[in-house]
Design a protein around this ligand. Sequence first.
Ligand code: TXE
Length: 488
Amino acid sequence: MDRFQLYIDGTFEDGAARFPSLDPATGTAWADMPEAREAEVDRAVTAAHRAFTSGAWPKLTASQRGKLLLKLADLVQENAADLARLETRDTGKIIRETSAQIAYVAEYYRYYAGLADKIEGAHLPIDKPDMEVWLRREPVGVVAAIVPWNSQLFLSAVKLGPALAAGCTVVLKASEDGPAPLLHFARLVHQAGFPAGVVNIITGFGPACGHILTTHPKVAHIAFTGGPATARAVVRNSAENLASTSLELGGKSPFIVFDDADLDSAANAQVSGIFAATGQSCVAGSRLLVQDTVKDAFLSRLKTKAEAIRIAAPDDMATEVGPLCTARQRDHITATIAASIAKGARVVTGGQPVEGPGFYFPPTILDCSTAPDAPALSDEFFGPVLAVTTFGTEAEALARANDTAYGLASGVFTKSLTRAHRMIRGIRAGVVWVNTYRAVSPIAPFGGHGLSGHGREGGLAAALDYTTTKTVWLRTSDDPIPDPFVMR
Ligand code: TXE
């Protein structure tokens, strides 16, 4: 079996214990993973704190930090094929997607490399004579970055990039499900030449690793991507160290199709919006709201496309949908579909796990138009399942779109410019895509409201999240300060 190590304080080590990682395509163990527990987490945070307060890192100029990030970007690009192969093997994400996504991950590091020396402070026009007042923008401290299994290299780049650009140090916890690509990425961090302790990469389980990390007194900020239930635990943990948090928690994003839309184009966007990454994507357009006049025409297009999707081994470039990452996800999806059928949802296609080895689930469409209480409309599947409902008017479309506890992404398909603008204004979500879906860029902030979390990843806003301001007051008068207790 392949063997992986933790990366703590610039050295590679085996961890407190070892656990097997399963290949989602076969359900069998293929790699031997290191587990970090209390002692390893404490050493990683202590190393990150030491690297933040002393040694080479705090003495580097912002431009020098940027150069290290550029080197890392180049290494990610050069090693993209290896990283993609590992992510595909360990998480089941198809090679077609991991190859394209990891090549683009390099662009995130490049963007933040360029941003490092553009994070500026400010001068304040203060209302007092003989006084200069300015704000220094300083790194917030040690960052605990926690990522789930899906798109790990991407989800860690949107944390590591801005945190390092800002001058923070990081303990990055890979998910216990499919940690191979991030543990391998540690070698590139090492090769890039970051001082020891600036980036530490560990993996382990929630209670023994995640809990210790997020309660650690030396952690200043927690950047978390995962589900709302774990996020609640993380926020409770942060009551211990009073660390600031940024949370990216997925969604139940509406994909809204009006009857004037180009239905073929919208159907292609919907298919990739829900079935890409086997639906294990925070921005999945998992709730189709289609105008009732075009429901049948649109659904028949979707059904045809969904049934033509090639489900096969994730390491085959021709595969379009691979396995889910874990048996747990498969079982959660199966149970939520059953609960939705019990509430009146109708299966248009799919609906049952694929028999045989591996955690495969076919593209599934559930018509919930007469089942408003189906959990498929309110709960995140995190799998290839589209819940469909209809609307008559624009006002109804907007009301249904916002009828969710989440608020991450949304898509609007219409040819009417004025309606598009009204929808953009009315939708409560961190991202609105109009006549497109799923486009992302390091330049564009990304994040949500409500159960989708708070804080933004990507763009300048994300780098500022990893800083704090220091207000400096400097008196410019040479006159001595009068003794306040001498009466004049
Ligand atoms: O993720 P978890 P799970 C949603 C999706 C999915 C559900 C559960 O709906 O079905 O969440 O997924 C670490 N303190 N999303 O259970 O538990 C854990 O080790 C600190 C949406 O697999 O949220 C892992 O590294 N950390 C989503 C990370 O949290 C803890 C992505 C995420 O795991 C911890 C993933 C603790 N007490 C799931 N317990 C999105 N936003 O895209 C666990 N962890």
